[in-house]
Design a protein around this ligand. Sequence first.
Ligand code: PLP
Length: 398
Amino acid sequence: MADACKIVPYDELEQGIQAKPISYGRQLIDEDDIAAVSAVLRSDWLTTGPMVAAFEEAVAAFTGAGYGAAVSSGTAALHAALHALGIGPGDEVIVPAITFVATANAVLYQGATPVFADVEPGTLLIDPEAVRTRITPMTRAIIAVDYAGQPCRYERLRQIADEYGLALVADACHSLGGATATGRVGTLADLTVFSFHPVKHITTGEGGMVVTDDGELAASVRRFRNHGIDTDHRQREEKGVWHYEMVELGMNYRLSDLQCALGMSQLAKLPGWLARRREIARQYTTSFSKNPLVQPLEVRPEVAHAFHLYVIRLDRSIHRKTFFGGMRERGIGVNVHYQPVYLHPHYRQRFGFASGLCPVAEAAYETIISLPMHHGLDDRAVARVIKEVGDLAGRCDE
Ligand SMILES: *Cc1c(COP(=O)(O)O)cnc(C)c1O
């Protein structure tokens, strides 16, 4: 225990200097990013231009998937993915209890019914055995969520999906750059969804992408993002034609060239940022291994974790609200990810959900806290977080 206290050389705090608040997640924008966006502003195409395909190809190549289809958010990507699979009224889609609401909301957008499966206690990832118990004759798909950045048990989920003839979608909004023993995130499901919101690994302001090895599914996502029209403005311009056909009802879910240029510029820095996130996680985990009151989530040894979040579980002797407030007061931007989705008022009222549906998720929700985790955190900031966690959860130095 004494050792845990030695790695906290945060002198400014000891001298009582007010340090800058540390956010739980945030973007990093440099002059290259600004130049890339400015170049698009000076070009002919602000949207439906050449940067869109360039960004799609770059993300697909990074993940190892055959195709990418850029859309306006991660939520739009989930919606477009379910539309491409033909999910509709009367269908059920299995989703984990612990995720951002968008995962389940996308099922509602398609008029289908989300069915919540419990998570594994160590990792808070969707539990394949719980998925099995939720399958009915109406089940059409499973959405796995790589919570915190750790890829799910895709081998087992794939087996279950194949056994019952279900589609497998990866909500990989947390896990860009992650991998399992069998492949990279982007190649582990029929369709994989990313978000480029500022707290995610790379940002386009708002933005998202679907990647897949299936050219028809990719074409469906591109059509859906463009009102259900099968050509875009630039394609018609190139061919010199004005006629177009709207073949189904779609949305305007396009990602602009400004955003795609920012995404391209950000993507170039992603390998270094992933390495930094993993180093921060290593420092946290090393420190907390000496504090029995703070337990990091389990990481399966065979995965490459992408660390969108760093989540700890507090011992039951620590009052989470007090810990949360204490950290905030000390300028550490902690957060809680997530309340089980079905306990939100809309889901309770619409479906009559109540406590008890997914006991592992509900118990976990009482104790979890996300610590600051982003590629812009330097070692001093990490040391400060570690010191404050130690002060508030198990003072070890006196
Ligand atoms: C961020 C996120 C989304 C939604 O992405 P947006 O780009 O904000 O629409 C969906 N699912 C998960 C798990 C997320 O973290």
